[in-house]
Design a protein around this ligand. Sequence first.
Ligand SMILES: Nc1ncnc2c1ncn2[C@@H]1O[C@H](COP(=O)(O)OP(=O)(O)OP(=O)(O)O)[C@@H](O)[C@H]1O
Length: 218
Amino acid sequence: MSHSPLPSTSSPQLSIGVADLGKKFNRDWIFRKLTHTFKGGEIYAVTGPNGSGKSTLLQVLWGQMPPSTGTLTYDISSTNVPAESIFRHVAIATPYLDLIEEFTLREQLRFHFSLRPSRYAWSENEMLERMYLTHARDKYISNFSSGMRQRVKLALAFFSEASILFLDEPGTNLDQQAFDWYLEQLKAVPAHCLVFIASNQPAEYPANAQKIDIMRYK
Ligand SMILES: Nc1ncnc2c1ncn2[C@@H]1O[C@H](COP(=O)(O)OP(=O)(O)OP(=O)(O)O)[C@@H](O)[C@H]1O
């Protein structure tokens, strides 16, 4: 079946402004002196070797972790959004945020989309088809392979209504077919969205992504 993206429902364009942002664990600076405005409509590739702080930066940006220094502001069309409500605008797929093992895939989808609006007016069956996981709809997540889990995590992020996407190592455990599916989903992200991809693999982000090399902020 062909998977042309449907038009998205209207979403606000967001920007994240950071000034002199820094994070340290104990006495070690993971990054510091980061001043930048991340704008809706752009894709940012956060790059750097293992353990350099890519995931930490993403967690600070989506508000899970407080910065050690500096400020972080979220704006919609120049109107400030309080940090405590930013989660409504954010979708996340990371290796360390888990699915619910006791759920079947269908239950996982129903649970997720009972809490978060979907970007598309797709039925559950259509969503399953678009994930290429119809055959696994009644299987427990605990019995999913690592590649299937990753596809579910990415689908939950891509299919949620959100203006900011955080994708941490999106290609983890994906075979070539699933990786191509990931790239298709990335292309279908509405143009106004702000996307962060933490990765060391250039194949995981588009060539025109803006690079944030974490090693420049040590
Ligand atoms: N809660 C924490 N307490 C102390 N140190 C931490 C904590 N979380 C991460 N670190 C350390 O911060 C550094 C950066 O980790 P982070 O996971 O952000 O790196 P990364 O660039 O995403 O790595 P990878 O490419 O391996 O995923 C590492 O040295 C890690 O051990």
